[in-house]
Ligand binder design. Structure first.
Ligand SMILES: CC(C)(COP(=O)(O)OP(=O)(O)OC[C@H]1O[C@@H](n2cnc3c(N)ncnc32)[C@H](O)[C@@H]1OP(=O)(O)O)[C@@H](O)C(=O)NCCC(=O)NCCS
Length: 184
């Protein structure tokens, strides 16, 4: 394969079966969280895909967390199909998308910090990115014993400070509970 045929673009609904096959091939090894068709449909606008013709090589998603920060997640490249630079092209594309949206920083939780270092991310304390815990982490089997590394890339001078800012203003929301009809 040559770089000339690498096509990186936003995903569409018809990419979902191929993306699911890729992500869930890593999920069975405990490297990524499994995804369902329902979740993919809900989040497909986050995703970018890399193709060689009609062969999916890789995927990645940019998930907005606050008005100024987003997470790079669901990054996966088929090892047997890949050639040098697919992961890089996907992250570069997500970074461009983040900049188009005026974000100050992007972050990730990862087992491959060396790859993200090559992409210009720095390691940060997990506690600096706690919003994550309120979403995906809650359904992760490793929630109590997480060994992922937090990495962050500032896209502006305000980058790291902006990630921390929501912590000072976040409020816990009381979830509604079923009415206790007839309860004494
Ligand atoms: C991590 C992953 C996305 C990398 O994709 P890739 O297409 O192999 O990476 P690239 O070829 O674009 O590599 C870009 C650079 O990162 C380096 N790199 C790639 N994987 C690396 C790793 N695991 N550790 C350290 N450096 C790595 C490459 O050597 C290359 O460096 P260079 O440009 O200086 O030569 C891919 O291996 C993968 O899908 N892993 C399993 C799923 C996963 O862990 N996803 C991350 C979830 S956060």
């Amino acid at each position: 394969m040559t770089d000339a045929v690498l096509d990186v673009r936003k995903a569409s609904m018809r990419d979902i079966p191929k993306i699911l096959e890729l992500i869930n091939s890593y999920a069975v090894k405990g490297i990524m969280l499994p995804r369902t068709e329902f979740e993919m449909s809900e989040n497909i606008r986050d995703f970018s895909v890399a193709y060689d013709g009609d062969v999916l090589l890789g995927c990645a998603a940019l998930h907005f967390y606050t008005p100024t920060t987003a997470e790079v997640r669901s990054l996966a490249v088929w090892p047997h199909l890949s050639r040098h630079g697919v992961g890089r092209s996907l992250v570069t594309s997500l970074e461009a998308e983040a900049r188009e949206n005026d974000l100050d920083a992007i972050f990730a939780f990862t087992y491959v910090p060396g790859f993200f270092a090559k992409m210009g991310f720095i390691e940060v304390e997990r506690g600096e990115l706690p919003l994550k815990a309120w979403k995906d982490c809650l359904r992760c089997p490793k929630f109590q014993n997480c060994d992922e590394i937090a990495v962050l890339k500032s896209l502006s001078d305000r980058g790291r400070a902006k990630v921390l800012e929501p912590l000072q203003t976040i409020e816990l929301v009381q979830l509604p509970t079923p009415a206790r009809i007839g309860y004494r």
